[in-house]
Ligand binder design. Structure first.
Ligand SMILES: [Zn+2]
Ligand SMILES: [Zn+2]
Length: 288
């Protein structure tokens, strides 16, 4: 199977909570690209994420529509969580040897330049390019993995700046009750607002990947495409220890957990740590 735009769109939609459609094409020089666009907006007013699949390199570009002025200006006035998340994700890209091209109102900036927030954004472009990759090398699965990884990073950086609403306490993102337990033992995964903020979720997954940090399970590997991208994001620091204005760092504060491990972590308050979970798993296997 060659990397296909539909499965890429599904993955990024699952990660960001924004629905994307995918298409593909080729540049005039024959370089293949995959392109994602949010569903339900006029093309001119929204944006595309295009991933060029070159020889041993990937190039992911954010492109606003021609009439996306309002969107640009909203992105430039993102809140502090959005700004820091944007930077955290791009820092991770840079640390992974990517070249980052950030352009605001026609001027090139470094992502950590605070001057970018001091101006009204009329135009904004972002490109993340990673060379020296084992891609287009005859291994379509590895190609897809790299395409998903780099596209999801740029998507997470962009999502951080988009105006998004956070689900309230009864929001749909709270995991449903765990079934199969005696009535009195039923429990509920109490996710907190940091885990519900989809910007945090997208950034955490773009940074940490989709495997459970406790048991290493990748739901897509176990169940196939239906479960691809099905992973939960857990906040490792007990929320009670944080102030009201605390801003999450997706690199250190958030971690992906499979639904099982996440439920077990929240069997206690404050939750069990990732190390606790690993010990539980190891001690059970010792007795096998
Ligand atoms: Zn797990
Ligand atoms: Zn949690």
């Amino acid at each position: 199977m060659s990397p296909d735009p539909r499965s890429l769109a599904e993955r990024i939609s699952a990660e960001t909570g924004l629905e994307f459609s995918g298409r593909e094409g080729r540049d005039s020089d024959g370089t293949r690209w995959l392109e994602l666009q949010p569903v339900g907006y006029p093309s001119g007013q929204t944006f595309t994420l295009r991933t060029l699949v070159g020889w041993r390199r990937l190039d992911v570009h954010f492109r606003p529509g021609n009439f996306a002025g309002d969107l640009m200006s909203a992105m430039g006035s993102a809140d502090e969580t959005g700004r820091r998340t944007f930077r955290a994700v791009l820092d991770v890209c840079r640390d992974a040897d990517a070249e980052i091209v950030l352009n605001i109102n026609g001027t090139a900036y470094l992502p950590d330049d605070s001057a970018i927030w001091e101006t009204e954004w009329r135009s904004f472009g972002l490109g993340v390019r990673r060379g020296m990759l084992a891609i287009n090398d005859g291994n379509p699965e590895e190609d897809m993995r790299q395409i998903e990884l780099w596209t999801s990073r740029v998507a997470a950086a962009i999502l951080a700046l988009l105006p998004v609403e956070i689900e309230d306490d009864d929001g749909a993102e709270v995991s449903p009750e765990i079934t199969g337990l005696p009535e009195g033992a039923r429990t509920r995964v109490e996710v907190n607002r940091y885990e519900r903020d989809r910007r945090n979720r997208a950034a955490a997954l773009a940074i940490h990947g989709y495997s459970c940090k406790a048991c290493k399970l990748d739901m897509g590997d176990r169940y196939g495409p239906t479960a691809a991208g099905l992973i939960e994001v857990h906040h490792v620091t007990p929320v009670s220890q944080l102030g009201e204005d605390y801003i999450v760092d997706p690199r250190t504060d958030l971690t992906p957990l499979c639904p099982n491990c996440h439920s077990v972590a929240h069997r206690r308050s404050p939750p069990y740590s990732i190390d606790d979970l690993r010990e539980m798993l190891a001690s059970v296997h010792e007795n096998d």
